[in-house]
Write a protein that binds this ligand. Structure first.
Ligand code: MD3
Ligand code: FE
Length: 216
């Protein structure tokens, strides 16, 4: 179902279901885009974007930072959630209220009225950056969905199945799009293709992705 954007009785977003368990809310974050980017910059002043190392010794091409009670990190020792930013030794910055409210409203719209995220990972992609197919499986509670928010330059998202060998579908994502991943797709393989060069009025040469999870 696609809602009509220009009917004033309807919300300013369009809801799609590209696959079972996947709810795509096109433009859902558009009305708060400026405040979201300002909040990203404020988080990054406290916990800077950094390129983390994987257990296998590769440096990730997306730069990351986190906010909320728990933050996702990777280094040579593995993937895990931490209460403190290993780079500052301080707790991760508080999750901005505008982040939490957006994530909770999106989950609600997708049929998850109880979503209570304690972790927000912020990925920053510059042209050339990508994220290979992987599963998100470092969280405790797989009954809670994941909410992801795209800001800035567009990208092609890859969404596969339960096995790495399942052929992924491609989903173009643009500024303001929000996706809620719940149920069995919560464990499915996914990734993003290489970001193309571009200039976005709000973010310049980058794409941000916010990923909200209940990690603890
Ligand atoms: C589908 N980030 O940080 S978020 C990640 O655009 C990550 O930065 C991507 O994957 C990005 O782990 C995509 C969308 C996403 C997140 C979790 C999922 C899609 C998912 C879990 C299951 C299925
Ligand atoms: Fe992921």
């Amino acid at each position: 179902m696609t809602l009509d954007l220009f009917d004033s009785d309807q919300p300013g977003y369009a809801q799609e279901a590209p696959a079972e368990g996947v709810v795509l809310l096109r433009r859902f974050a558009l009305e708060s885009d400026q405040s979201l980017v300002t909040a990203i910059e404020s988080v990054a002043r406290q916990s800077a974007f950094r390129h983390m190392e994987t257990p296998g010794g590769h440096v990730m091409s997306a730069a990351m930072t986190c906010c909320g009670e728990l933050g996702w990190v990777t280094d040579r020792r593995g993937y895990r959630y931490t209460q403190n930013d290993p780079q500052t030794g301080e707790p991760w910055p508080e999750m901005p209220r505008i982040f939490r409210e957006l994530a909770v409203r999106a989950a609600e719209a997708a049929g998850f009225p109880e979503f209570n995220p304690d972790a927000c990972l912020i990925n920053r992609y510059r042209p050339g950056a990508k994220m290979g197919l992987h599963q998100d499986r470092d969280e405790q509670d797989f009954s809670q969905p994941i909410v992801s928010v795209s800001l800035g330059l567009p990208v092609v998202f890859q969404f596969g199945g339960a096995r790495r060998s399942d052929r992924p579908m491609r989903l173009p994502l643009s500024h303001g799009d929000v996706i809620v991943w719940g149920g069995k797709v919560r464990r499915h393989y996914h990734g993003v293709l290489t970001l193309r060069r571009g200039a976005h009025p709000l973010t310049g040469d980058c794409r941000y992705n916010l990923t909200f999870r209940k990690a603890g």
